[in-house]
Design a protein around this ligand. Structure first.
Ligand code: DSN
Length: 407
């Protein structure tokens, strides 16, 4: 690169990803093919509209690419319709709401304070500012979503839309149960499966179809593709969903990213992807068991998916995250249900297995990683702790390398 400053920083970031381990449950390592597609001149093209109906000329090959991406997405998720243009999960959610709602309409979503996402109605987000959100949370004792409580709130609120979605929740979602409630109150049902998309495809988590009207997801978490969004929906909603993406909320699609999404969908159709998702679940369980053995409390007591949340109410989670950073273990501090502490220094630490599983770590190594995290948490006062743990993390990272040919 001529721009040496940026080149150097890119190299440093690659090294950082190679030498450390990401336990951030929403992160993963996309394949080299996916990365290559993102860095192509497809990025130069303007293609507002949809295949065969563009507002710009010269889209012969872009149309073919987008059609392939759509077909593969529909096949992969057994969906009647796919829109592959959303730039991100938030954009996908914005378009889904625009398709189904008018400003001020009532929506029932999962509370951010219980493990929901900003775009599921947070008062500081466009979702909470535009629509009239009510929330369901988790049961105080079990820390799981209580479907009887969801039904009670839905009957009171009578929302136009119910969202079955989480961003920091370690149990499975009962889409069939949500669908029964939605039918009872005459609401649309939407699922945002950004975190669990890969698990869903592989049968490691219940499928949102045929229960949901609209499903949104990102393509870069358990799905392991490029950073981006995707909307899947029933045929009868296809037209309003497409209109809500373009011209409703976006202009020109990112054609290089759409090509990378198509590659990621093909990768996710391979038998090895199913094995990968199964291993994600096994590794998460192994990590959870180790944390429990080490005496930590996990929100809801464990995990049924790819992530877990440690209750570190008695610790300084910002300090712990920083110490883990120094050790080459990347994590994210997160609120726990009804957290008494502020979002910048909350009581929880959210950890997941998708990225380390991509590197090839299995249960034994996942257990070791959890024990090293535990050691850092327990010994933050030892000034050498991060350095000591870093050596072991580096050895693991070298044994299970990523992007070797980028060196
Ligand atoms: N910010 C993402 C996560 O980390 O879960 C959700 O979009």
């Amino acid at each position: 690169m001529k721009d040496e400053q940026i080149q150097k920083l890119i190299e440093q970031e690659i090294k950082c990803q190679q030498n450390g381990l990401s336990l951030i449950p929403s992160e993963n390592y996309a394949s080299k093919e996916t990365l290559l597609a993102m860095g192509t001149p497809l990025s130069n093209k303007y293609s507002e509209g949809y295949p065969g109906k563009r507002y710009y000329g010269g889209n012969e090959f872009i149309d073919k690419i987008e059609k392939l991406a759509i077909e593969r997405a529909e096949q992969l998720f057994s969906a009647e319709h796919a829109n592959v243009q959303p730039h991100s999960g938030s954009q996908a959610n914005a378009a889904a709401y625009l398709a189904l709602l008018k400003p001020g309409d009532k929506v029932l979503g999962f509370d951010l304070k219980a493990g929901g996402h900003l775009t599921h109605g947070s008062p500081v987000n466009f979702s909470g500012l535009t629509y009239n959100f009510s929330y369901y949370g988790v049961d105080a004792k079990t820390e799981r979503i209580d479907m009887a409580e969801v039904e009670k709130i839905a009957l009171e609120v009578k929302p136009k839309l119910i969202i079955a979605s989480t961003t920091s929740y370690s149990r499975q979602l009962d889409f069939e149960g949500f669908s029964k409630i939605a039918k009872k109150v005459g609401a649309y049902l939407m699922a945002d499966i950004a975190h669990i998309a890969g698990l869903v495809i592989a049968g490691e988590h219940p499928h949102p179809f045929p229960w949901c009207d609209v499903v949104t997801t990102t393509t870069h978490k358990t799905l392991r593709g490029p950073r981006g969004g995707l909307i899947l929906c029933k045929k009868e909603l296809a037209e309003i969903v497409d209109k809500a993406v373009f011209p409703g909320t976006q202009g020109g699609p990112l054609d290089n990213i759409i090509a990378a999404k198509a590659i990621c969908f093909l990768e996710a159709q391979q038998p090895a992807f199913k094995d990968y998702q199964h291993q994600i679940a096994l590794n998460a369980r192994a990590m959870a068991e180790e944390f429990l053995r080490q005496g930590f409390r996990l929100i809801s007591g464990g995990t049924d998916n790819h992530l877990m949340v440690l209750d570190l109410s008695d610790y300084d989670t910002k300090l712990i995250q920083d110490k883990l950073d120094e050790a080459g273990i990347y994590t994210n501090r997160n609120a726990i249900p009804n957290d008494a502490k502020p979002p910048f220094n909350p009581s929880g630490l959210r950890l997941g297995s998708p990225a380390i599983t991509t590197r090839g770590l299995r249960e034994a190594e996942a257990t070791l990683v959890a024990s090293l995290v535990s050691e850092v948490i327990k010994k933050t006062e030892d000034p050498e702790i991060s350095k000591k743990v870093k050596e072991q993390i580096k050895a693991l990272a070298e044994k299970y390398p990523i992007y070797e040919d980028l060196n």
